[in-house]
Design a protein around this ligand. Sequence first.
Ligand code: FES
Length: 188
Amino acid sequence: MSDETRQPAGGIADAKESAKAPERRTFLGAIIGGGMTIFGILAAIPLVRFALYPLYAKAAESGWSDVGPADSFASLSEPVQKLVTVEQRDGWRVSVAQRPVYVTKDKQGNVEVLSAICPHLGCQVIWSADKQDFYCPCHGSLFAADGSRISGPTPRGMDSLSTTVEGCQLKVRYEYFRQLLPNKEVAD
Ligand code: FES
């Protein structure tokens, strides 16, 4: 046997070790890479939720809008119209609009705020001080001072809005409701 073909035992072991080294490095790299990918996904979840929130949030979602000083409505004798500033979100677009509401009293004498949108087909109802009722100029629906239905094609009374008093300020949560339904239902 020539010297070229003969190898010492230690040399063979070294050769095997050096052949395994790339495999170990590949395995270690796969573990680190996998760990970083999982970490990246977990870290991205809050950002994705934040980015998508406006797309699945209700379009009609809005905060509380100022109506006026609460004590100025305590002695109401008939409904008064107020314009409230409403901030609405549609995807990432935020728009600000003024919407008319009526501050009135319910049958128990508690202050309530009514949407001025007719539940029939969405025209704006108007308070008639002469006749002491609300009427809709589009198809003639009539409502009592507390918003309850009197007559006409409207399927229900005027829609009441959620209210709260913060400090001395009466606030309302403005919402849109589905039309042509006998019961109030928030529109998405
Ligand atoms: S929209 Fe009001 S009665 Fe038709």
